[in-house]
Design a protein around this ligand. Structure first.
Ligand SMILES: [Zn+2]
Length: 255
């Protein structure tokens, strides 16, 4: 299981982005992809160089820019055309300002159909980028757009058949949250069973002043019951506490 850490930015946005992604009617692998986008963890060359895993941080198609995540999905000049041709240009406009989790919250008011299509387009463009990097293979934009349309269609049919309406996951209510005593760190955990076959686990770590130290989420392929998911979320929080050498912790379940 891979954790995605929230670093900097507004936590409310991060949490809202989490809720938004988990409530989107797209397949789990696309949700997982969106999370990686939101947490800035796609393995773009800029990130690999930053982590000293590579010397080359240049954009694979060779435009000369550093390959950041937003560059890989939105920034490369040809991509702008694809975004506009797809009818999802509002994504392109939003994604070019501020961090992705913020951008995602700005997408909150968008038509769900456009959001779903944009999610698939981003995913297809990322796969296309990988296909260029790893297989030296380029697909014409018109084929990519056809692929997106097909995925959206199949996804819609699948969702109608498989998933009934479900309640969004429980929100941590900041008004009822009680700060821990001094020197004690509080970890709030949350689990989502919204998608059959997947469990989303989240943890938010705050100090006694209510300052968020960090937050993380992960998705696990499993069929856990609500009780098991809650236990797993608590276990995750305890492992986090240990990993970050937190001295005294309180774990609170929002499940
Ligand atoms: Zn480029």
């Amino acid at each position: 299981m891979a954790f995605m850490l929230w670093k900097g930015g507004d936590l409310d946005n991060f949490h809202q982005a989490w809720v938004d992604i988990w409530s989107m009617e797209v397949s789990p692998k696309v949700k997982h992809f969106l999370w990686r986008v939101c947490t800035n963890t796609l393995s773009v060359r800029g990130l690999l160089k930053h982590r000293h895993l590579s010397d080359d941080d240049t954009c694979p198609p060779g435009c000369g820019d550093v390959e950041s995540q937003s560059h890989a999905i939105f920034g490369y000049p040809l991509l702008r055309e694809i975004w506009f041709d797809s009818g999802c240009e509002c994504f392109w406009n939003i994604a070019n300002v501020g961090p992705m989790s913020e951008a995602l919250v700005n997408m909150h008011g968008m038509d769900m159909g456009v959001r779903i299509k944009g999610a698939f387009l981003a995913w297809v463009l990322w796969n296309e980028r990988n296909s260029l990097v790893f297989k030296d293979n380029i697909t014409p934009p018109v084929i990519l757009l056809e692929r997106v349309n097909r995925l959206v269609e199949e996804n819609g049919a699948y969702y109608k058949r498989i998933y009934p309406l479900w309640a969004p996951l429980a929100n941590v209510n900041p008004h009822t949250w009680v700060a821990p005593p001094p020197r004690i760190t509080k970890l709030n955990v949350d689990a989502s069973l919204a998608i059959e076959g997947w469990v989303g686990l989240g943890v938010v770590v705050r100090d006694s002043a209510g300052i968020v130290l960090f937050a993380a989420i992960c998705s696990v392929r499993s069929y856990w019951s609500a009780e098991i998911a809650e236990a797993k979320a608590i276990e995750m929080a305890i492992r986090f506490g240990k990993h970050y050498a937190l001295q005294e912790i309180i774990v609170e379940s929002d499940c």
